[in-house]
Design a protein around this ligand. Structure first.
Ligand SMILES: [Cu+2]
Length: 114
């Protein structure tokens, strides 16, 4: 229950921290206890029309991808580097996020509310 509450607070902060019409998030590549590399937070939300600014932090030694195909995002982040991505969430829906370099790396979803 406590974890859920914290997760909720994080999402709300992500939505409000950059003012109306823009969300700004730092997403970090981590390893789960199951030894799977993921980008965290795994899921995030925007409103249709929002500008989305993502700072992708790759803490691993090897490069990893971050793709949201529906919005033309297809970034390769070199080992121990950070990449910035900016796009407009111009349509509503639930869109998969994945590492296009390593399909086994389960990532998450991007939710755009109407
Ligand atoms: Cu990867």
């Amino acid at each position: 229950m406590r974890v859920l509450a914290l997760a909720l607070v994080f999402v709300v902060l992500g939505l409000t921290s950059a003012g109306a019409g823009e969300i700004s998030l730092r997403i970090v590549n981590v390893v789960t206890p199951q030894d799977v590399k993921i980008w965290e937070p795994t899921s995030f939300t925007a409103k249709k029309g929002d500008t989305v600014v993502l700072q992708l932090v790759n803490r691993h030694a090897d490069e990893h991808g971050f793709e949201i195909a529906a919005f033309g995002v297809k970034e390769v982040v070199p080992g121990e580097k950070t990449s910035n991505v900016k796009f407009t969430a111009d349509r509503a829906g639930i869109f998969p996020i994945k590492c296009h370099l390593h399909p086994a790396h389960v990532v998450g979803q991007f939710v755009v509310l109407e």
